[in-house]
Design a protein around this ligand. Structure first.
Ligand code: CAA
Length: 258
């Protein structure tokens, strides 16, 4: 498929999506989110692809929803699917692991997109924030929920109510990103994380992602039961047998996603 607002490529078992509207700091237009979710759909169907990196450019991962596009929209147009919000949940529900390379600005919908991914590698230049309050709205892509779960109430309130932005190191201390690297190597580091994940059993990876995401939705006792069900289920996979036998044979496992 030809895309106008993103670049799409593959390196081995890793799919790579690069947001590519540099003139607008990768502001998320409806077209861009259509293309992003279409590319994810393609990678979802592609058995060769086992993990996906989502990146921006040096200046911006993404500066949020495209304000110029949104400015004159009505509530009805938004709710009836003329805006990207209709597609937004597809990112959070993508079954394969998503690794974000967060360089420069990750603001508003840009941070919300980042928080819909699974592992975040941040450049030392990253600036993360929810500045929607400055334009008279609130986060609409999950910010009030995901940010609060990630960093706690007080910090989320400060970030959302007063547009307090945080840098990469603070984001790491808060658990919002998992590591900070120099900006020059951020995308490569994200690719390495994705490539490492791609060596594991796709079946186990899918269920592990599902179980971790459920931790945000279920109480502890239900969550532990859910995890145990998935654990039992994995004993029906060829990959689990292969993994355990490869360990005993002192060889590398060959996971086939079955
Ligand atoms: N939407 C549309 N265009 C944007 C944009 C956005 N979110 N962010 C930046 N741009 C455009 C600018 O308009 C500018 O374009 P022009 O040259 O044509 O004027 C270009 O990108 C470069 O931006 P600046 O000149 O402003 O660059 P800067 O370095 O001076 O400032 C910035 C950078 C602090 C990120 C500033 O651009 C900014 O504040 N952007 C808006 C951030 C924001 O409010 N995001 C939240 C959007 S609402 C949302 O996301 C809702 C939701 O929950 C989904």
């Amino acid at each position: 498929m030809d895309y106008e607002t993103i670049l799409v490529s593959k390196e081995g078992k890793v799919g790579i999506i690069t947001l590519n509207r540099p003139q607008a700091l990768n502001a998320l237009s409806t077209k861009m989110v259509h293309e992003l979710t279409a590319a994810l759909d393609e990678f979802g169907k592609d058995d060769e692809v086992r993990s996906v990196v989502v990146a921006g450019n040096d200046r911006a991962f993404s500066a949020g929803a495209d304000i110029k596009e949104m400015a004159d929209m009505t509530a009805v147009q938004m709710a009836m699917g003329e805006h990207f919000f209709a597609l937004w949940n597809k990112v959070g529900r993508f079954p394969k692991p998503l690794v974000g390379a967060i360089t420069g600005f990750a603001l508003g919908g840009g941070l919300e997109l980042a928080m819909s991914l699974d592992v975040l590698v941040a450049a030392d230049t990253a600036q993360l924030g929810q500045p929607e309050i400055n334009i008279g709205v609130i986060p609409g892509g999950g910010g009030t929920q995901r940010l609060t779960r990630a960093v706690g109430k007080s910090k989320a309130m400060e970030m959302i109510l007063s547009d307090k932005r945080i840098g990469a190191e603070e984001a790491k201390t808060l658990g919002l990103v998992s590591r900070v690297v120099p900006k020059e190597v951020c995308v490569d580091e994200a690719k390495k994380v994705a490539a490492e994940i791609a060596t594991k059993s796709p079946v186990a990876i899918k269920l592990a992602k599902m179980a971790i995401n459920k931790a945000f939705e279920m109480g502890l006792s239900d969550g532990l039961d859910f995890e145990r069900e998935l654990f039992y289920m994995l004993f029906a996979s060829e990959d689990a047998k292969e993994g355990m036998h490869a360990f005993m044979d002192k060889r590398k496992p060959e996971f086939r996603g079955r």
